[in-house]
Design a binder for this molecule. Structure first.
Ligand SMILES: [Zn+2]
Length: 255
């Protein structure tokens, strides 16, 4: 008989980040010091300059209301075609001493308003893996472009994506497309969590290739969202689709 209590505590999904105490933070990098000194007040100042974030605290300090979600990438052992999906992907390494298990977690962080990051963490124990993944997700934070690219809707509000994007990782391919208001997130459950944390409400999606490997599909989803910023958009279209880059108040003018 397995004990369930401890496991339940570890597998709960979404969690709000504790309020960040900037006075207790000793920054290690230049950007960090500038934030503490009040010179950098907006995360866009870092992301737009293409600088890399080296400390997770930078994201804590600049993005309020950050939420963390753990994606279910693993499966517990069980009869009848596998057990319940869990947030831990377990792997075993054979060695002289026997099988050494290790755990991988995948975290997604977002503020539900245009900023999103994913990260993975691996460790011999569950909690450090989760912490590593969360940290990594913060370092990988990106700005998402939102808008209404649905010809059926045309509302100019940032409830969906401004245009369709695709991402590929390994053999998994995912295409995310704008959808009219009220559609919801039409996609695989775990990728849905990712878009929800970015603040996207309505999309259609299509997958291609191997989709059983959930990790690949999720990375493909993140890559697709990254594409949003790479595509050059015609100025007329920016207004037509009501494109915002990052936060809702960041109305795009031209790019
Ligand atoms: Zn719309």
């Amino acid at each position: 008989m397995r004990k369930r209590n401890r496991k339940d505590a570890e597998t709960t999904g979404i969690s709000k980040e504790r309020a960040f105490d900037i006075s207790a933070w000793t920054p290690k990098t230049d950007i960090g010091r500038k934030i503490k000194a009040g010179e950098i007040t907006n995360i866009d100042m870092i992301l737009d300059a293409g600088k890399r974030i080296m400390e997770p605290e930078i994201v804590d300090a600049l993005l309020k209301g950050l939420q963390v979600d753990l994606l279910e990438i693993g499966q517990s052992k069980g009869k009848f075609g596998g057990g319940k999906r869990t947030i831990w992907k377990t792997t075993q390494k054979k060695s002289k001493e026997g099988n050494k298990p290790s755990f991988t977690a995948m975290a997604v962080v977002g503020n539900k308003d245009g900023y999103l990051g994913i990260g993975m963490g691996k460790s011999k124990e569950t909690m450090p893996a989760r912490e590593k993944a969360t940290k990594q997700a913060k370092l990988n934070i990106i700005k998402i472009k939102r808008g209404c690219g649905s010809w059926q809707c045309n509302c100019r509000e940032p409830h969906s994506l401004p245009f369709a994007v695709s991402g590929k990782n390994g053999s998994s391919q995912l295409r995310i497309m704008p959808a009219p208001k009220g559609t919801g997130l039409c996609m695989a459950g775990e990728a849905r969590k990712m878009l929800a944390l970015a603040g996207v409400k309505d999309v259609y999606s299509r997958t291609k290739g191997q989709t059983v490997t959930r990790v690949n599909l999720l990375i493909a989803c993140f890559k697709a969202l990254k594409e949003l910023s790479k595509v050059k958009v015609m100025p007329e279209y920016v207004a037509k689709a009501g494109i915002v880059s990052g936060r809702k108040e960041n109305k795009e003018v031209t790019q």
